[in-house]
Design a protein around this ligand. Structure first.
Ligand code: PLP
Length: 430
């Protein structure tokens, strides 16, 4: 499916080259050397960082860009006439241009900076939702959603008298995409779906969902927090109306994220927060508002964060994408193969392609205990509900262990994970 494979629009997910071949094609040692934190030890062991879906480590290019911004260009944006304010404004708006290129949006005016994916979804729910949702209306989500693309819709639906509708799972634990045409009846006003599930790493066929929704004139919001780090996302190719992602899962700083909104959509939306930066004129009798994207950026923005995000996107954009995708896919395949061979381990998730993450459980061992055991070996994974409680509930689970990869991970680190799980199995078996 164009725009949605791990290797991007021009590559293939296919079977990976050997781990060694993929690693040397990427100059993995040189990539790792750019992430200072990767060289530290944890509990006396070399760090094996496999919690990248929660947040990635940051390359020196990002650390340097943020440091240089605060050392050399720090000032408030947009209002100042002095040199530094102009430099800060140029850096901030330059970062917006960088995001625009990265997502292949038509214009930088379609890029709104937010605190992250969560705030981007809340922006659409509060601004678009309050204007378009009413009694009898529905918002269609998938069972895979992170709480960030669920609770904001619950809140606005409750306020407006609208309802949530959910694409269910099949008996095999797959998303039941055949149910989508039936679910998209006359009451659905918006579809909001993840591009990649954070809990399972499952890729959703977002373009197909967009096509089905658009046939019925229903706009679509895509939560791309787990897709942008791994796929070459092209919002024009996907055709979605809104696309949200966070800086910190894509090698950038925390506290900065993006809402892409198709120009016509943003133009027609009211502000959701009031304050400085978002106005055209203010009188006690009433105010008029700036055009997008500034209409949606009340108050002093996270200028340093935007600068860091732009550096992260440049860094990621500078890597050979097909080799990176093949490498990450190879790591996940290696992990899946070796974990599945451990007695008592079950991999969670159906047959959808896995992107970036893999979830599993070990019989008789709570995922939290497994996570703590691995931590003692320097291996960082995540254990819990992954902010996807309804999904885990639908699968009859309360928690899983999740390993998630980034380009800097190695085959040796996957071996450390799987050997650690095998040791945990023996340890807890007593
Ligand atoms: N959506 C998905 C799929 C995620 O994985 C995450 C966080 O990891 C979020 C939304 C929320 O992102 P943030 O906490 O950065 O706003």
């Amino acid at each position: 499916m164009a725009g949605e494979t791990a290797a991007g629009r021009t590559g293939d997910v296919g079977s990976p080259a050997s781990d060694d071949a993929a690693e040397s094609a990427l100059s993995l040692a040189a990539i790792r050397a750019q992430f200072p934190l990767l060289s530290r030890t944890i509990h006396g062991r070399p760090l094996v960082y496999l919690d990248n879906a929660a947040t990635t480590q940051k390359p020196a290019a990002v650390l340097h860009a943020v440091d240089a911004y605060y050392r050399e260009s720090n000032a408030n944006v947009h209002r100042g006439l002095h040199f530094l304010s102009e430099a800060a404004s140029a850096a901030y708006e330059g970062a917006r241009e960088e995001v625009c290129r990265f997502l292949n949006a038509r214009s930088a005016a379609e890029i709104v900076f937010t605190r992250g994916t969560t705030e981007a979804v809340n922006l659409v729910a509060q601004s678009w939702g309050r204007r378009h949702l009413g009694p009898g209306d529905a918002v269609l989500l998938s069972t895979f959603e992170h709480h960030s693309n669920l609770v904001p819709w619950q809140m606005i639906c409750e306020e407006c008298g609208a309802a949530l509708r959910v694409i269910p799972l099949t008996g095999e634990g797959e998303l039941d995409l055949e149910a989508v045409p039936r679910l998209l009846d006359g009451s659905v006003r918006l579809v909001a779906v993840a591009h990649v599930s954070n809990a399972l790493g499952a890729l959703l066929p977002v373009r197909e969902v967009v096509a089905l929704a658009h046939e019925r004139n229903i706009p679509v919001l895509v939560d791309g927090a787990q897709a942008v780090p791994h796929l070459q996302v092209d919002v024009q190719d996907l055709g979605c109306d809104f696309y949200a992602f966070s800086g910190h899962t894509v090698d950038g700083p925390t506290g900065i994220g993006v809402l892409y909104g198709r120009g016509e959509r943003l133009e027609a939306m009211p502000p959701w927060q009031g304050g400085g930066e978002m106005i055209r004129s203010v009188r006690f009798e009433g105010s008029t508002y700036a055009a997008p994207p500034h209409r949606f950026e009340a108050g002093t923005p996270n200028i340093g964060g935007a600068v860091g995000l732009a550096a992260a996107l440049r860094f990621l954009g500078g890597l050979p994408h097909a080799a990176m995708a093949r490498h990450e896919q190879g790591l996940l395949n290696q992990a899946a193969r070796r974990l599945a061979a451990i007695p008592g381990v079950s991999l969670i998730g159906g047959t959808a392609p896995r992107i970036g993450a893999l979830s599993f459980v070990l019989d008789g061992v709570h995922p939290h205990d497994l996570g703590t055991f691995l931590d003692q070996e320097g291996v960082a994974i995540r254990a819990g509900h992954h902010c996807a409680q309804p999904l885990l509930h639908s699968l009859g689970l309360t928690a899983t262990a999740r390993a998630s990869v980034a380009v800097y991970n190695t085959a040796a680190e996957i071996t450390a994970l799987t050997e650690g799980v095998e040791r945990a199995r023996r340890f807890f078996a007593g």
